[in-house]
Design a protein around this ligand. Structure first.
Ligand code: XMP
Length: 363
């Protein structure tokens, strides 16, 4: 065994969003001509590289419809009974696609993914009837028992399966090798805006670092599995940055929270409008889960891993996505790339020496 001093000296630098920048590169494509096509999972193609997070203040029927209409995809949360979740899948499928950008299944119906615990074989059976993809929704996927139960579900369904969350190269290599079939990887642990996992446990993997680790694992395996970057994404630049590290799409909680399509009412505080946003490991979400989902694996945890709060009301998802899309395109163009895959190959990244402080200008 190495000395403990060597252990410290060999410690990896787990880069986060604020540590990195995209360097400008020679651009041959105009910003508005940037191609945003990508994949969410093996069989689900997107025209907009955005995914709404399976959280009970973010993705239910309305959000899933809006995401698919915008060319992205929604992942329905699992803080409800399997029957309620299937009803929501059904409502998305019943909705007539309105635009040519919409994400659709083989029959031209809107595409939708649904979250489940890797132990929930019954829910997997129910959701497989209509959902296009199943997403294993656990904070730490790479455990012996999770791999064992996930394998059972994967063998029982012909739908795309997305595994996660994962944070290191070893997590990805071992999970993909053990499971055989995997259609998507959700990466990033503890970086979410509402997340206190790393504060409480000191464990986690910042999203940019996790994406780079997953990309390297896939190269080494010779596997082409779409990577979904998840947690801590605040700006269009953060999205472009994860593409530069090999991600195929970006999952948003905070970025979409507070829109019309999120569950929950608008609240007024001192004349300003807000909507609720909470972590799925927060007290409120955990209490609801215990009532609703007898299969929920609380892992015997007695502490909260997320917070609850209010965020300013943002209007419609379509508007938020339109603005994000055009700014991600600008960011890709600055970096000298013409599409998302190009970002992984061409975009250059620089380390920065701390937060840039600009002169304060009153607006
Ligand atoms: P953003 O930054 O987009 O992050 O709001 C959303 C992601 O955060 C994760 N998530 C949690 N992580 N405790 C955690 O440690 C929680 O209570 C919690 N709730 C959500 C999840 O990966 C989500 O997509």
């Amino acid at each position: 065994m190495d000395s403990f001093t060597a252990k410290l000296e060999k410690a990896q630098f787990a880069f986060n969003f604020d540590d990195l920048m995209l360097l400008p590169g020679f651009s041959e494509t105009r910003s508005r001509d940037i191609n945003m096509e990508t994949r969410f999972s093996t069989n689900i193609r997107l025209r907009t590289p955005l995914v709404s997070s399976p959280m009970d203040t973010v993705t239910e029927t309305r959000m899933a419809i809006a995401m698919a209409e915008s060319g992205g995809i929604g992942v329905l949360h699992r803080n409800m009974t399997p029957e309620e979740q299937l009803r929501m899948v059904h409502e998305v499928k019943e909705h007539e696609p309105q635009g040519e950008n919409a994400t659709v299944d083989r029959d031209g119906r809107l595409a939708v993914a649904a979250a489940l615990a890797p132990t929930d074989l019954e829910r997997a059976g129910t959701l497989s009837k209509e959902a296009d993809a199943l997403l294993f929704d656990v904070a730490h996927f790479h455990t012996k028992s999770t791999l064992e139960s996930a394998k059972k579900i994967i063998d029982s369904t012909d739908k795309d399966v997305v595994i996660g969350s994962m944070g290191t190269k070893e997590d990805v290599m071992h999970s993909v090798k053990t499971l055989g079939r995997v259609d998507g990887l959700r990466v990033g642990i503890g970086g979410g805006s509402i997340c206190i996992t790393t504060d409480v446990t000191k464990a986690g993997s910042p999203t940019p670092f996790a994406v780079a680790q997953a990309s390297d694992a896939l190269s080494e395996l010779g596997a082409r599995i779409p990577i979904i970057a998840d947690g801590g994404i605040r700006t269009a630049g953060d999205i472009a940055l994860v593409f530069a590290l090999g991600a195929d799409s970006a999952m948003l909680g905070f970025g979409l929270a507070g829109t019309d399509e999120c569950p929950g009412e608008i609240t007024a505080v001192n004349g300003r409008q807000y909507k609720g946003y909470r972590g799925m490991g927060s007290k409120g979400a955990r209490e609801k889960r215990l009532v609703n989902d007898r299969y929920a694996d609380t892992g015997g945890k007695k502490f909260d891993e997320g917070i609850e709060g209010l965020i300013p009301y943002k209007g419609s998802v379509a508007e938020v996505i339109e603005v994000l899309n055009s700014s991600v395109k600008a960011s890709i163009s600055y970096a000298g790339a013409g599409n998302i895959k190009d970002m992984a190959q061409k975009a250059r990244i620089a380390r920065i020496s701390g937060r840039t402080v600009k002169a304060e200008i009153k607006r």
